[in-house]
Each structure stands twice: as structure tokens, then as C-alpha cells.
Design a protein around this ligand. Structure first.
Ligand code: AHG
Ligand code: MN
Ligand code: MN
Length: 331
């Protein structure tokens, strides 16, 4: 039985992650703050109807979205569990307008945690899968914390997600493949259940909110029509859960493509670059898939703001190459 923390310790030795070069487990210990938070969030979700975590908090977050009670519960758990870990320089959350500085000393504050504490908020009250998405960057030796937060996705030390569903799974990459863990209720540990996960070369699902179809740029409309008409050599089914982590996890396991194209309402895209697109793009590429904004590779987008949005398309090589051809992207 290999736990997440043991696996990260192995990666630390493999990667000789700077700042913890002697790989004495500090990075793994820091990451255990994530699994502690995930267990706290999972416990709340598991018994949501019995507690008081359904419904809206009655406040708005920086995104102008009504916060759900579980958004706040999850954010508090992430802030408390990661905020008390040695090595954390700052925390960037979807739910907070600005970053929370934990340890501004570059000698000890070595990593920036960026996260969406609760993804799929609209699905909480109807008992559908939700998740937590996380991305870790090194604090840059040169420049301040702001530059360290606004690094391109190619610079991520780690990216991944927790999916709270029939079982609770954690999937991550540190750049040497994608690895999956399942929460073991008896021990409370996230136990290794899949190593070196590979996204199929082509799938048979496409995943997009078709209610927005009339607002998509024409190339996307043509592309989805091609999928529907068997233009990629097979019949496709449509699956759209509305929780990005769940739609992504299916795409990772079964292949296919997830799309959130630009719309009239949100011409720059709806999903957030730093804590939704980048970590999932990292996982996608490490498993053999691709991730773009329709045109450009997500991981190469240079962030300007921590809550910056992007169009987000992610999935199997075959579908993504066809998308690039349809919307003029660089495959
Ligand atoms: P969040 O709950 O963190 O705000 O994320 C919701 C996102 C994502 O999970 C999902 O893919 C997307 O919103 C669904 O958007 P639509 O309802 O517009 O399709
Ligand atoms: Mn989200
Ligand atoms: Mn969220």
C-alpha cells in the first residue's frame, strides 16, 4: 500500500525538487496539508444533507458568483490545512480576491499553492460529483510573490485534482506521469491505485454545454457537427456533468474531448487559467492528451491576473488535432 505522501516523497527524490534538495520529506509533508483538507471536505460532502452545507452562503466571491456554503467550507479547509505547512509562501484561491501570504521569506516560503477549493458548485445541492483542483509553483528566486503566482503553466511543479464521487480519488502529476489514488475510509489514507495513467488516443464522448452553441465561434460549431456526424470515424455520445473535474476525469480515463469555447457572454472563456485550466492541462499532457484555448497551448499562456479566464479545450490527441484544424489552432 503506497500512500500519496509516500509517492510524493519518491517524486521529490526523483525530481530533487529545489529547496528540499536533500529530499528529507518536507515537500511531501507540505503536500499532506492537501490530503488533510481533502479529507475534511469529503467528510462535509458525505453528510451534506445532515449538516448545514447545502445552499448559498449569501455572499458573492471575486468572480461575482454566489458562493455556496460548501465553497466557503472547502476554502476554509484548504486555507487552514495548507496555511500551517512549512514551505508554503502564499495561497491563491478562486474564492479570495487576492493571495494570502503565509511565509514571505524566500528562504523558507518556497511554494505557491493555487486552487479551486470546490469545483462544480452548481452540483452540490443535487448530490452530483464535485472536486478540488490544485496547482503548485515554485517561488521564484528573482522577483516578488506576484511574478511567482503569474508563471505560465509549463512551470508548474505539480498539478492535479480530488474528485468527490462514489469513491474519492486524487489524481496528480509532478511531471513524471499521472498517478491516481483512492481514499481508503478505514485508514483515511489516499492509496495508490493507478500509476502512469494514459489518456486514450481517441475516445467516443464529447463534452460541452450545448445550450451555448449559438454563441460559439463558427469553427467550434463546425467541429461539434463533425463529431456528431461521425466525421472522426466513429459515433460519439454527449456527456456533460457540469463539474469540470468530473468531465475531465472521464476524459482522462475514456478519452474524447471537453470544450468550454468562447461565448458572447464570455468571449475570453469562462474557466479560470491558474486553478482550473493549467493544472488539468498539465495532467492531460502528462497522460498523452492535449489542452488548448482552441488555438494556443494552455500551458504556454502567460497569465496577467490571478483570476484570468480562458477558453478551455482538453482531451485525446485525435480529437484535439481535429479541433486545431477546425478552429485554426496550432496542433
Ligand atoms: P466552480 O464551481 O468552481 O465555479 O466551477 C464551475 C465550472 C466548471 O466546474 C464547469 O465545467 C463549468 O463551470 C460549468 O459551466 P456552465 O454551467 O456554464 O456549463
Ligand atoms: Mn471550478
Ligand atoms: Mn470553485
Amino acid at each position: 500500500m503506497t500512500t500519496f505522501e509516500e509517492h510524493v516523497l519518491g517524486q521529490e527524490k526523483l525530481l530533487e525538487i529545489p529547496g528540499f534538495g536533500e529530499a528529507r520529506g518536507s515537500f511531501a509533508w507540505m503536500m499532506s496539508g492537501l490530503t488533510l483538507a481533502a479529507r475534511r471536505i469529503e467528510a462535509q460532502i458525505r453528510s451534506a444533507g445532515l449538516g448545514d452545507v447545502y445552499g448559498a452562503e449569501g455572499s458573492e466571491n471575486v468572480q461575482g458568483e454566489a458562493q455556496q456554503k460548501l465553497d466557503v467550507v472547502a476554502n476554509d479547509a484548504m486555507m487552514e490545512c495548507l496555511g500551517s505547512r512549512e514551505g508554503v509562501a502564499a495561497l491563491v484561491s478562486e474564492e479570495d480576491e487576492s493571495a494570502v501570504v503565509v511565509d514571505g521569506d524566500p528562504a523558507t516560503g518556497r511554494y505557491i499553492f493555487i486552487f479551486d477549493p470546490l469545483d462544480g458548485s452548481s452540483n452540490i445541492d443535487v448530490n452530483v460529483n464535485v472536486g478540488t483542483i490544485f496547482s503548485v509553483h515554485r517561488r521564484l528566486a528573482e522577483g516578488g510573490l506576484d511574478e511567482s503566482m503569474l508563471q505560465a503553466g509549463t512551470e508548474q511543479v505539480m498539478g492535479g485534482y480530488v474528485l468527490y464521487g462514489p469513491s474519492t480519488v486524487l489524481v496528480y502529476t509532478a511531471g513524471t506521469g499521472v498517478h491516481g489514488f483512492t481514499l481508503d475510509a478505514a485508514s483515511g489514507a489516499f492509496v495508490l491505485t493507478s500509476e502512469h495513467m494514459a489518456m486514450p488516443e481517441q475516445g467516443s464522448y464529447y463534452s460541452v454545454n450545448e445550450a451555448n452553441a449559438a454563441e460559439w465561434p463558427e469553427g467550434f460549431q463546425t467541429y461539434v457537427g463533425t463529431l456528431r456526424s461521425g466525421g472522426l470515424g466513429r459515433a460519439y455520445s454527449s456527456r456533460y456533468i457540469g463539474s469540470l473535474v468530473a468531465d475531465f476525469h472521464r476524459t482522462l480515463l475514456k478519452g474524447g474531448v471537453f470544450l468550454y469555447p468562447p461565448t458572447d457572454k464570455q468571449p475570453g472563456g469562462k474557466l479560470r487559467l491558474l486553478y482550473e485550466a493549467n493544472p488539468l492541462a498539465f495532467v492531460a499532457e502528462q497522460s498523452g492528451g492535449m489542452a488548448t484555448n482552441g488555438v494556443d497551448r494552455v500551458l504556454e499562456i502567460q497569465p496577467e491576473k490571478i483570476h484570468q479566464r480562458t477558453a478551455f479545450c482538453v482531451g485525446s490527441r485525435r480529437e484535439m488535432e481535429a479541433l486545431a484544424a477546425a478552429v485554426g489552432g496550432k496542433a
